[in-house]
Design a protein around this ligand. Structure first.
Ligand SMILES: NC(=O)c1ccc[n+]([C@@H]2O[C@H](COP(=O)([O-])OP(=O)(O)OC[C@H]3O[C@@H](n4cnc5c(N)ncnc54)[C@H](O)[C@@H]3O)[C@@H](O)[C@H]2O)c1
Ligand SMILES: NC(=O)c1ccc[n+]([C@@H]2O[C@H](COP(=O)([O-])OP(=O)(O)OC[C@H]3O[C@@H](n4cnc5c(N)ncnc54)[C@H](O)[C@@H]3O)[C@@H](O)[C@H]2O)c1
Lengths: 205, 205
């Protein structure tokens, strides 16, 4: 089983390779400088996925970038549903950073009658109750959840019923899903609490 | 040295304790159900910080919550500077979820002359070049960075010079800082790439 942290680092290696597009070959030491991981960590992470590069010669930038894209599944386009077009949801819809890696927010959903039927960054806001119909045959498997905590679990159940297999959850509450469904949580308050822990630790030591 | 993942989980235990405020005592098994960690992991994590609870009896909800707040440093108020009042920055300013844990966004900065002097959610947008003056004697140590990738490093250097010790960075580029400064990165595209990895893996297996 491949460690979670290896997958997290993989994307960072990919970003670093994108930034080195002018060079043909890059060593693990050079990649280490660009990503903050150690050269040994990079070599170890890549061995989980096969033989890359030539020992002593480094990695072919274009080839390794291509291989990592395949491993991560970002060599194709993913349509993404976004549920909850409030303060945060509205900021995510127009974000170009997702498009460059193949993630396109294509379907918006909300439960507020005042928002349903309106447009946000050129996309129509659909009624969450119509999600099964709207997503039917679109092949949409990923959803971003930017609803409040209270309805988060109920909305999650609706998403899974509509064929969603992976959810990026911004609500600060835990959502439970069957084992074949993947959830990643982004909790900004938790990140700030980690920062306050480190500052407090520095002060106390 | 306490593992990073332990600190991440600590905040989740804290949130679970908040949700169990009506009960007096909670066992590690009950906390496990609420947080998704195992009971053994919870006990192990807490031993890094001292003796909590009574074996066989569980943990006093109020007392443990109070102790975790102290460890994380969220038993006090932190003023937070936010730099880059664009699409994302504007969504974060009014977010009430931060206030409830003691994080108050109090100072806004941008470099766009059209934005400087305007207000966002009742707060004035200051010129980033005045940050040392504006933050002087405010005790602000934490900053949220929502500027584009290109100026991210330069803005980081300005923040450190103005006394910031910890940064929550949303720009998808690596910022380098001296060892005593803490940076946490939130990269939404990386999270989506992790989700596409898991879906692709499921399809292939
Ligand atoms: N605003 C932020 O900066 C921020 C930051 C971090 C996390 N969050 C979290 O993200 C979530 C959204 O925050 P926000 O500030 O955008 O809130 P918001 O209240 O502005 O927006 C929430 C949206 O969800 C919709 N909604 C509510 N119930 C729904 C349902 N059952 N089905 C579909 N849509 C539904 C509402 O109509 C609204 O449009 C919250 O859980 C919040 O804690 C927000
Ligand atoms: N919008 C999103 O949903 C989203 C999601 C994830 C990550 N991000 C990242 O967050 C950052 C902000 O994204 P956005 O969509 O809000 O961009 P934006 O262009 O809407 O806003 C950026 C803001 O930063 C300001 N700025 C630029 N240079 C500055 C400097 N030197 N000093 C101070 N302020 C400066 C600009 O004037 C502008 O107000 C980007 O790095 C982006 O990749 C955005």
């Amino acid at each position: 089983k491949i460690p979670t942290d290896t997958i997290k680092r993989l994307f960072r290696y990919y970003r670093a390779l994108l930034e080195s597009r002018e060079t043909k070959v890059v060593s693990s030491e050079e990649l280490a400088k660009l990503t903050g991981s150690s050269a040994a960590q990079i070599r170890k992470d890549l061995t989980y996925f096969g033989e890359f590069g030539t020992p002593g010669k480094g990695y072919n930038v274009e080839e390794l970038g291509h291989q990592i894209k395949g491993i991560l599944g970002i060599d194709r386009e993913w349509t993404v549903a976004l549920v909850g077009i409030g303060n945060l949801g509205r900021a995510l819809v127009p974000y170009q950073g997702l498009k460059s890696e193949g993630f396109r927010i294509t379907h918006l959903f909300d439960s507020d009658p005042k928002k349903i039927g309106m447009a946000c960054a050129g996309l129509k806001i659909n009624d969450i109750n119509d999600i099964k119909l709207v997503l039917h045959n679109t092949g949409t498997k990923i959803a971003i959840l930017t609803v409040p905590s209270d309805p988060a679990q109920q909305v999650t159940n609706i998403l899974i019923d509509a064929g969603i297999q992976a959810i990026l959850n911004f609500a600060p509450s835990r959502i439970s899903v069957p084992p074949e469904i993947r959830v990643l949580n982004i909790d900004i308050t938790n990140e700030l609490a980690r920062l306050s822990y480190y500052i407090t630790k520095n002060i106390n030591s």
